[in-house]
Design a binder for this molecule. Structure first.
Ligand code: ZN
Length: 360
């Protein structure tokens, strides 16, 4: 994991000088509000001014960004001749920053992200996360919505690891309850899916168990909405650990099952994973009983029923899904999910349907 991570309060103020090594002129990629309300934008500008850098801001990244957003920002990056890209925000701006950095020097169109290896190295990337969920600050991945295929699809390129990430839990202090919960569940599932993954290693296992441990330590505060600085800090640490895990292992079919819930039903990414988690673990347990039990022990729970009960308390109910819709999503996931190959138990289309059926 080649990213230099500065973690803790006021890391931009204390270690912002490191940005000088990336260049003189930046494209700052953010959503409409999060960079400003979190205070991250102000901290970035203070550091950049002090160092004499120049920058342009692209602040139109919405949740679940499309390649049109990427294309618009790439045009700006080329026109403004920026040296590097800074992503500030949740996973969407961070992922978008990676795609911009890769496409800009390659003179490639946005849809070519998925086609083949692009020969030119990406522009340097720096990230400043303002949520505790995706772990995108320490991964080589980015996920986009493809409206023409009605799916979300990720790409990964080893050259797209951020060079530097400043991970300051203060930027999450203003997050509302639902986003805090949804993103915490995303981080939890990254560690869980990494731990269960066919690509796992002894080192990724240690990081994964640590990520699950910090979620567990804060789970009662999460439920109660007690977001003291220590809770914010440990949820953010769990998120960065989860990112480090999936950078090694990738996720599994749980994430793939969640994507249609986000694409077609507007269920936020982490919430979608959380809703499906207990039934997914029940399915995996047949193949990996010891690992599933280790996960439950680390979360501090005795059974999958207890986990399901906890998640039901944490999340709002989803409403009804028709039988046809569950079948459609199972078929879509089964035919498009590359992650089936590194999910530890081989899943048929009816296995996937069963996970949806038990969860929704
Ligand atoms: Zn995720």
């Amino acid at each position: 994991m080649p990213t230099s991570v500065f973690f803790g309060e006021e890391v931009l103020e204390r270690y912002g000088d490191a940005i000088k090594q990336l260049g003189q002129r930046a494209l700052v990629v953010t959503g409409r509000t999060s960079a400003v309300t979190s205070g991250a934008m102000n901290d970035f500008e203070t550091v950049a001014k002090k160092l004499g850098l120049t920058w342009v801001v692209y602040n139109k990244v919405s949740a679940n960004p499309t390649l049109d957003t990427v294309a618009e920002a790439v045009d700006i990056a080329r026109k403004e001749k920026v040296d590097f890209v800074v992503g500030i925000g949740g996973g969407s701006p961070l992922d978008t920053a990676k795609a911009i950095a890769l496409l800009t020097p390659n003179k490639a169109e946005a849809h070519e992200l998925y086609l083949a290896d692009l020969p030119e190295a990406p522009l340097p990337i720096a990230t400043i996360p303002t949520t505790s969920g995706t772990g995108s600050e320490v991964t080589q991945y980015a996920v986009f919505t493809l409206p023409e295929k009605k799916i979300k699809k990720g790409f990964g390129d080893k050259r797209c690891f951020p060079q530097i990430s400043w991970v300051d839990p203060r930027y999450t202090y203003t997050l509302p309850y639902d986003i805090t919960v949804d993103t915490a569940l995303d981080a939890l599932t990254h560690s869980i899916e990494g731990y269960l993954n066919k690509n796992s290693t002894p080192v990724s296992d240690e990081l994964a168990l640590a990520g699950i441990f910090y979620f567990a330590k804060q789970k009662d505060n999460l439920l109660a909405g007690n977001f003291e600085p220590e809770t914010r800090s440990e949820l953010m640490y769990a998120s960065t650990l989860g990112g480090m895990v999936i950078a090694q292992t990738r996720t599994t079919v749980l994430h793939s099952l969640g994507y249609p819930l986000t694409y077609s039903h507007d269920i936020p990414h982490g919430r979608a994973n959380g809703l499906l988690l207990a039934a997914y673990l029940e399915f995996i347990k047949e193949e990996e009983p010891l690992r599933v039990n280790k996960i439950l022990n680390t979360i501090g729970m005795n059974s999958l029923d207890e986990l399901k009960l906890f998640i039901n308390k944490l999340l709002p109910s989803t409403g009804e899904f028709s039988k046809e819709e569950l079948e459609r999503m199972a078929a879509l996931t089964f035919s498009t999910a590359g992650s089936l190959a590194w999910t530890p138990r081989q899943a048929s289309q009816s296995d996937l349907l069963e996970i949806y059926r038990k969860s929704l």
